[in-house]
Design a protein around this ligand. Structure first.
Ligand SMILES: [Mg+2]
Length: 266
């Protein structure tokens, strides 16, 4: 019955249609990931859920001197507490950039867009940071926005101030001592080096991000120093079990179906 109905409706519309040469160009395919982040209440519910759970867990992690969210960190009980957040799709939403930029992606395009627009917060982040700071926790931001020289600008990393401004635009004040980009101080896009830099002076209570790289070292298809080997899709799945104790317990991952290191794995 259903097939018959479809056929008859095709016949009706077929008679009234225009010749292929007169049809308007096909609409570009809709990116469901972008549409979901932009429009779905479910997406916002998840980010609120993630930050809500992280906020609720802060006191217990502060109280436990043996706790660190970094598997590599030991004997940090005497250090002051800190949390490390990624920036894009963790603190600020770039969905409107994703919906509007002319491919291919380039860092300068994102930088130009973030410089000329007011940043949109990921829901829940402002309350989380406010609570953390009220509890005496220092907040660091580790982003893979890169430092790139700009013509006529003597600043070796003008993108740092852009990033600080974006974070301020969502209601979180910070400064250059707490925002670490890639390609500065010899750092690469591999974030583990920057996490360990924080861990020299702080006990890291939590990691918050939207990409495996915000939590686990050497999970990229194209390794960056200090990693030497490319990860495989199997490695990434194995890490789910390897770090099972951390997900939702010191590690708080937000959804990002639009971009990320996952896109280079089949
Ligand atoms: Mg991110």
């Amino acid at each position: 019955m259903r097939i018959a109905l479809v056929v008859s409706s095709l016949m009706v519309f077929g008679c009234a249609g225009t010749a292929p040469s007169e049809q308007s160009p096909a609409a570009p395919p809709v990116d469901l990931g972008q549409q979901w982040v932009k429009h779905a209440a479910e997406y916002r519910a998840i980010t609120r859920q993630v930050y809500g759970r992280a906020t609720a867990a802060l006191p217990a992690f502060i109280e436990d001197p043996n706790w660190s969210a970094l598997p590599q960190q030991e004997d940090a009980g005497d250090l002051p507490p800190a949390v490390i957040l990624d920036v894009d799709e963790t603190v600020v939403s770039n969905v409107d950039f994703q919906l509007s930029f002319e491919p291919p992606f380039a860092n300068w395009k994102l930088e130009a867009w973030t410089s000329s627009t007011v940043a949109t917060p990921i829901e829940g982040v402002r309350e989380f940071v406010e609570t953390a700071r009220n509890l005496g926790v220092t907040v660091f931001f580790v982003t893979n926005r890169p430092c790139e020289l700009k013509e006529g600008n003597p600043d070796p990393c003008p993108q740092r101030q852009t990033t600080i401004d974006d974070i301020a635009e969502v209601g979180i004040e910070t400064d250059a001592d707490h925002v670490f980009l890639s390609e500065e101080r010899g750092w690469t896009r591999e974030k583990v080096t920057r996490r360990l830099f924080v861990a020299e002076r702080y006990r890291v209570l939590m990691l918050v991000g939207d990409d495996y790289g915000d939590f686990i070292p050497c999970m990229r298809s194209s390794p960056r120093a200090p990693c030497t080997e490319a990860a495989t899709a199997e490695d990434r799945l194995a890490a789910l079990d390897e770090y099972a104790d951390y997900w939702g317990n010191g590690w708080y991952i937000l959804p990002n179906p639009m971009h990320g290191s996952w896109t280079s794995f089949d």
